[in-house]
Design a binder for this molecule. Structure first.
Ligand code: MN
Length: 281
């Protein structure tokens, strides 16, 4: 059997499950809000062209108004000044967009501290915990680290999702040293998160500011934000499918993000548990 025939057969039988990691795009999908004096992106919006009416009697269609960084989206290296000579979103290698993913779950820690920052020690401990007896779990070469924080349960409400007070937003992220380490000393292609951006809410005050953006995009890696359903993925064994629009010169794009998960138990690790979505489809 050809590999593609085997895959199609496994998809049809349910041996390989497809899990949607994408936030629905609506006019209330949360978007980033920067402090003054920085310019902000627009919310997503549909603008009706016709709906089976005099403007188009047999068809319905819309124009869309969106930012590149709206909803579940990909950050391309050129998004950040450290990656300004890097790839734009139309140049992203497809090989990085269909790639293995591992899931690091810190949702219990984040539940106690919305400003939680992931450290290198946290990642090392998780790699030891999920080793296979021959060694620690390895971060996938050319693949993705998906950082689960449980933040996706807030994604239906902008205020809850951004969680801001007078000091600014309080959302989890990654400590600067860990961001530098992930960017420069691991073979990852990218980092995926559940929050509005890859950096913590307080990251404007870090050194450097917004270290995930600075280090990862500066190293030619990718960011992926506003993911959902990471609690349905195993620690290892999922294959991520990321489909950003090929916007020429674009710094990012809304993306449909799917995971393929082996349900036969032959290749996957322990489930991460703690799911917050609507249960099994
Ligand atoms: Mn972005």
């Amino acid at each position: 059997m050809s590999p593609l025939t085997a895959l199609l057969s496994a998809l049809r039988s349910g041996q390989v499950e497809l899990i949607d990691l994408t936030a629905p795009l609506t006019s209330t999908t949360p978007v980033l809000q920067l402090p003054d004096p920085f310019a902000d992106t627009i919310p997503f919006r549909l603008e009706e062209i016709s709906r089976y009416d005099e403007r188009g009697p047999r068809w319905y269609w819309n124009d869309i108004h969106t930012g590149e960084h709206t909803g579940t989206h990909l950050d391309a290296p050129v998004h950040w000044i450290s990656g300004r000579d890097g790839l734009d979103v139309s140049q992203v290698p497809l090989r990085s967009m269909v790639a293995p993913a591992v899931v690091l779950d810190m949702s219990e820690r984040v539940a106690k501290d919305p400003d939680f920052l992931l450290t290198v020690d946290d990642v090392r401990a998780w790699q030891r915990e999920h080793g296979d007896g021959h060694g620690d779990l390895e971060l996938p070469d050319g693949g993705w680290l998906l950082y689960r924080t449980g933040w996706d349960v807030r994604s239906a409400d902008q205020a809850d999702f951004l969680n801001a007070d007078a000091e600014g937003p309080h959302t989890p992220g990654i400590a600067p040293d860990c961001a530098r380490w992930l960017a420069q000393e691991t073979p990852l292609a990218g980092l995926g998160v559940e929050t509005v951006g890859t950096d913590a809410g307080a990251a404007h005050g870090f050194t450097p500011p917004f270290p995930c953006h600075d280090f990862l995009l500066g190293a030619g890696k990718f960011g992926l934000t506003q993911l959902q359903n990471l609690g349905r993925l195993p620690v290892t064994g999922a294959v991520l499918v990321v489909a950003p629009l090929p916007i020429v010169g674009g710094s990012g794009s809304p993306a449909r993000v799917l995971a393929m998960v082996d349900q036969t138990g032959e290749q996957t690790g322990e489930p991460t548990g703690g799911r917050t979505g609507g249960g099994d489809a």
